[in-house]
Design a protein around this ligand. Structure first.
Ligand code: 5AD
Ligand code: FES
Length: 381
C-alpha cells in the first residue's frame, strides 16, 4: 500500500509544470515502478525536445599540471605520485584533427587549473590554429577552471564557444568541506566565474559530483534548482569516486555504495531533463566507471552528449581524477568504434559533423533580445 501512495505522488509530481525542492527530493527518492515512470518521462522529453541525436565531443586532456589542491581530485597538486605531463602543440593539433576527420563536430580542451600568462597564450594560439586547420568547422569547448574575465574573453575571441566549470556542489558549507580552507577556494568566486563566462558569450556549463561524503538528497535537489535558476545551458555531472591519493579518501566509510551512487546519478540526469528540457546534458565517464553501460543508460534517461577520450594513449593513465577510469588503454580509433556501435544499439543516432550546441542557449538569447526590444518599445512610447 505504501508503494501505491508513493507512486501516486510521483505520478502527480510528474504532471506538474513547476517543481518545489520537496517535489524534486521526492523524485530523487523514487524507486521501483515510480522510478520507471520517472525514467520514461525523462526519455520522452528528450526525444520530444531534442530528437534521438547524441552529440560527440572529443575530450583532449591537455595537461595534468594543476595549481589547485581540491580534496577529492586525484591530480591535485599535492599528489606527488602523479607523473605530470603537458601535451605538445603537435599532439593537441593531431588529436583535434582526429576529431575533425572522424566527424566528431567538436572537441573539449580540458586540463588542470593553470593561470600563467604562458598558458593563457598557449591556449589562445591552439584555439586559433584548430580553427584555421578546420576552416572554423570544429566546435571548441574549454574546461580550464577558474580564470580572470579577461582571459575568458581572450579565449572566446580566439574561437572557443562553450565553457564547462563545475560548481561541484551548491551547498556552500559542503563546498568548504571538500576544498582546502584558503581563499583560493571560494564558492562565491566560482559562481562569479560562471556569471563572467555567460556574460562573455559562452554557452555555459556546470555540474556537481553526486554521492559526496556529507551530501544529502536535499543538497542534490538544491543543485538541480540552482541549474534551473541560473538558467544554465549545459550540465555534466556524475558520481563522486574516491581516490586513495586524496584527503577525502578518509571519509570513504560515509559513502553510499557504488551502485546507489550510480542510481542516484541517473535519477539526477532524469530529473534535470524534466526541469530543463532543451539543455545539453552529458553522459559522463564517471558513470561508465561504475557500470560499463553507464553512459548508454544515462542517454536513455535524458542525456544527449558523450565525450569520448581522444587524449594520446600514453598520457591517459596520468589523468586519473578518480581511480578505475575506463578507456585508459584504448586507442582513440577503438574508442570511437565501440561508441558508435553502442549508441546505435540503444536506438539513438550520433549527430556527426555537428557542434551539437545547446538549444537552450539560443532560446535564452532570443528571449533576452525580445525583452530588450520590448523594453525599447516601452521606453520609446
Ligand atoms: N570523483 C568524481 N569526479 C571527480 N572530479 C574530480 N575528482 C573527482 C572524483 N574523485 C570531477 C570534478 C571536476 C571534473 C573535471 O572532474 O567535478 O570538475
Ligand atoms: Fe586541479 Fe583536480 S585539483 S584538476
Amino acid at each position: 500500500m505504501i508503494g501505491v501512495t508513493n507512486m501516486k505522488k510521483t505520478n502527480e509530481i510528474l504532471q506538474q509544470s513547476s517543481f518545489s525542492l520537496e517535489d524534486i527530493t521526492t523524485l530523487l527518492c523514487s524507486q521501483g515502478e515510480e522510478l520507471i515512470l520517472l525514467f520514461r518521462k525523462a526519455n520522452e522529453i528528450r526525444k520530444q525536445y531534442l530528437g534521438n541525436k547524441v552529440y560527440l565531443r572529443g575530450l583532449i586532456e591537455l595537461s595534468n599540471i594543476c595549481e589547485k589542491d581540491c580534496l577529492y581530485c586525484g591530480i591535485r597538486k599535492s599528489n606527488i605520485h602523479v607523473h605530470r605531463y603537458n601535451l605538445s602543440e603537435k599532439e593537441v593539433l593531431d588529436a583535434a584533427r582526429f576529431a575533425y576527420e572522424n566527424r566528431f563536430g567538436s572537441v573539449v580542451l580540458q586540463s588542470g587549473e593553470i593561470t600563467s600568462q604562458v598558458f593563457v597564450r598557449r591556449i589562445e594560439s591552439l584555439l586559433l590554429q584548430i580553427k584555421s586547420m578546420t576552416n572554423d568547422k570544429l566546435g571548441i569547448t574549454l574546461s580550464l577552471g577558474e580564470q580572470e574575465p579577461e582571459v575568458y574573453r581572450r579565449w572566446f575571441e580566439a574561437g572557443a564557444h562553450r565553457y564547462l566549470l563545475r560548481i561541484e556542489t551548491t551547498n556552500e558549507k559542503l563546498f568548504r568541506k571538500i576544498h582546502p580552507n584558503n581563499p583560493l577556494y571560494d564558492f562565491k568566486h566560482r559562481l562569479d566565474c560562471l556569471y563572467s563566462l555567460r556574460e562573455t558569450g559562452y554557452q555555459t556549463g556546470t555540474g556537481v559530483m553526486i554521492g559526496l561524503p556529507f551530501q544529502t538528497v536535499e543538497d542534490l535537489a538544491a543543485d538541480l534548482l540552482f541549474f534551473r535558476d541560473f538558467d544554465i545551458d549545459m550540465v555534466g555531472m556524475g558520481p563522486y569516486l574516491e581516490h586513495s591519493g586524496t584527503p577525502l579518501y578518509e571519509n570513504r566509510d560515509q559513502l553510499l555504495p557504488l551502485e546507489q551512487r550510480f542510481n542516484l546519478s541517473l535519477k539526477m540526469v532524469a530529473v534535470l531533463r524534466i526541469l530543463m528540457k532543451d539543455i545539453n546534458i552529458a553522459a559522463t565517464t564517471a558513470l561508465q566507471t561504475i557500470d560499463p553501460l553507464g553512459r548508454e543508460k544515462a542517454i536513455n534517461v535524458g542525456a544527449n552528449v558523450v565525450m569520448p577520450n581522444i587524449t594520446p594513449i600514453q598520457y591517459r593513465k596520468d589523468y586519473l581524477l578518480y581511480e578505475g577510469k575506463p578507456c585508459t588503454n584504448e586507442e582513440p580509433a577503438q574508442c570511437t568504434n565501440c561508441l558508435g556501435f553502442r549508441i546505435n544499439a540503444i536506438e539513438n543516432e550520433i549527430g556527426y559533423d555537428s557542434w551539437g550546441d545547446s538549444r537552450h542557449f539560443f532560446a535564452r538569447r532570443e528571449n533576452r533580445n525580445r525583452e530588450n526590444l520590448t523594453g525599447t518599445a516601452e521606453s520609446d512610447s
